[in-house]
Design a binder for this molecule. Structure first.
Ligand SMILES: C[S@@+](CC[C@H](N)C(=O)[O-])C[C@H]1O[C@@H](n2cnc3c(N)ncnc32)[C@H](O)[C@@H]1O
Length: 298
């Protein structure tokens, strides 16, 4: 396995671990909805998960020291993007694409609601192969309407790859882009958004998260957990390459052909998604990560 594949799998497994832990505790009213995440963990993380069940508060303290704010950010991101999918289903979405899917379980958790709707998961070939193997081991058969598409967004044409797998640009589509755009060069992020804008029906959405640009370029590392996020990405040799600036986000995506539908800052995430959580206010979620849903204006 090459180094890039190993990094990508590790990175996907890291967020999956946080979802699996979050599904167990520490607060019963704020459990991560991803109750299938555990199926994708390797032995090392499975052992961790077992111990966590008995001592969640202790393990959370350890996690919080290593990656401040990440646990509750990942909880918030899962809830936000699950909501985006639920809303899209209610509104009659006709096609769903998950870009950089890693161990995303949405096509399994929402299988019944998505019956008959074409669904695509795109990811690095190595990450996707590891996921398919984990699915086989967990005896989770692939839903009939799901197509796995291996791709390197920086090297292959998104459009050509999707069209080769029967993607239909005439359908109202939801694109989920979770924990991915920060690792891509700016040109690739713009190419992806430009393709979606030109090749999806009116009423198509992109739901995703991004990191504040001033944190990515290290001009402003203030805020809870921010310097740790940037340092961690460097340490594991998966540097952050791209960010939007939140103050100009609305205009920036407008110039790419999108209308802003929902935009949550770290404060907005605390007020809307984490409201009522009995954890001290200053240490809830990492303060450079934003959640957004944007609509392709066609
Ligand atoms: C942090 S993981 C997030 C995975 C998943 N979306 C989640 O939230 O758990 C980043 C994902 O982006 C994928 N990725 C990163 N760069 C990519 C590229 N150039 N082409 C395709 N996939 C890429 C990785 O394989 C990995 O699955």
């Amino acid at each position: 396995m090459d180094a890039q594949t190993e990094k990508a799998i590790e990175s996907a497994e890291g967020t999956t671990l946080l979802r699996a832990l979050g599904c167990i505790g520490p607060e019963k009213d704020f459990l991560n909805p991803d109750d299938l995440a555990h199926a994708f963990l390797g032995d090392r993380y499975k052992r961790f998960l077992k111990l966590y069940k008995f001592f969640p508060s202790f393990f959370l303290k350890v996690l919080e020291r290593r990656a401040p704010g990440n646990f509750w950010y990942i909880y918030s991101r899962t809830v936000f993007l699950d909501n985006a999918l639920s809303e899209a289903i209610k509104a009659g979405v006709e096609q769903v694409v998950i870009l950089g899917a890693g161990y995303d379980t949405r096509f399994y958790r929402f299988e019944r609601d998505l019956k008959g709707i074409p669904c695509f998961e795109m990811d690095f070939p190595g990450t996707q192969a590891a996921k398919i193997e984990a699915l086989e081991q967990a005896k989770m058969p692939k839903p009939d309407n799901l197509v796995f598409i291996p791709i390197d967004f920086t090297k292959e044409e998104l459009g050509e790859t999707l069209f080769n797998h029967d993607y239909n640009p005439a359908l109202r589509t939801l694109f989920i882009w979770e924990g991915v755009c920060m690792y891509l060069p700016k040109e690739t992020v713009h190419e992806v958004l430009s393709f979606i804008k030109q090749n999806s029906a009116p009423g198509s959405f992109v739901a995703f998260d991004y990191i504040r640009h001033s944190a990515v370029n290290e001009n402003d590392l203030s805020g809870y957990g921010v310097s740790e996020v940037v340092a961690h990405a460097k340490n594991i040799n998966e540097p952050l390459l791209f960010g939007f600036e939140p103050t100009t986000f609305k205009e920036d995506i407008k110039s790419l052909g999108y209308d802003l539908k929902i935009h949550l800052s770290p404060q907005g995430i605390r007020a809307q998604i984490l409201k009522g959580l009995k954890i001290k206010e200053s240490s809830l979620n990492v303060e450079c990560a934003y959640l957004a849903t944007i609509e392709a204006t066609g």
